[in-house]
Design a protein around this ligand. Sequence first.
Ligand code: XBP
Ligand code: MG
Length: 260
Amino acid sequence: MNLEALIFDVDGTLADTEEIHRQAFNAAFQEHGLPWTWGTHEYAALLRISGGKERMRAYLDGLGLDRDERKRIGSLITEIHATKTRLFAALIETGAGPLRPGIARLIREAHASGLKLAIASTTTPGNIDALLGRNLGDGAVGWFSVIAAGDQVPEKKPAPDIYHLALRALGVPPSACVAFEDSDKGLKAAKAAGLFTVVTPTLWTASEDFSAADLVLPSLGEPEAPLDPGSSARIGAPFVTLGVLEALHAAGRPEAPPPE
Ligand code: XBP
Ligand code: MG
């Protein structure tokens, strides 16, 4: 089956954004007078929970507050999260979240070749507008036929719902797509939706299990920053292009080369 669409996760895949989310959460807590500060280790653990609102609720429930205080703060979570989303976008506007290697190049190549582009993310849609707009220019959001994100589905990743929504909207079978992810919960969601999945882990997800991935790479690489020899050997090229993806997708999961 020919390749017809690329489906991108956002946080960790398009850009390494979780540190910016962490800063935005902490700034929102401060703005709302909450004595909460999420350090990097605590946030890494909280990232096991998909969705910023769900993450805050889980954190609140674990604080051992009395029922009335927990109810009071719980009623503010949507408002706190809207503040956090505003603060995240402001940080992105400063240039804090550059796209990862190869992402802009591959998106532009796919757009120029008429391949369909989609987003399938747990993140809030406003985060995506900010990230794509700042890094690819205002028209770039329009290059994506589908932006499936956030609360558009009841079950977030690792449930496949957001990928099912993206596939339905694309009108393309999973066998004609390649998904890009950074985390094990995203990989689980993409594989449950039947997608050939390329994983480019970040430091937040490096220790997770990607054995179900069709391809794991440190990044998509760039002409001026080629992939390491082992990764290049696995894809038969120094960086990922549309042609490389089409060949890998057509051949199925590449076998790892024999150990050197
Ligand atoms: C990653 C997430 C999101 C972000 C925070 O989404 O789980 O919750 O951490 O964004 P993905 P929100 O990797 O699927 O792009 O606060 O908007 O949820
Ligand atoms: Mg992600």
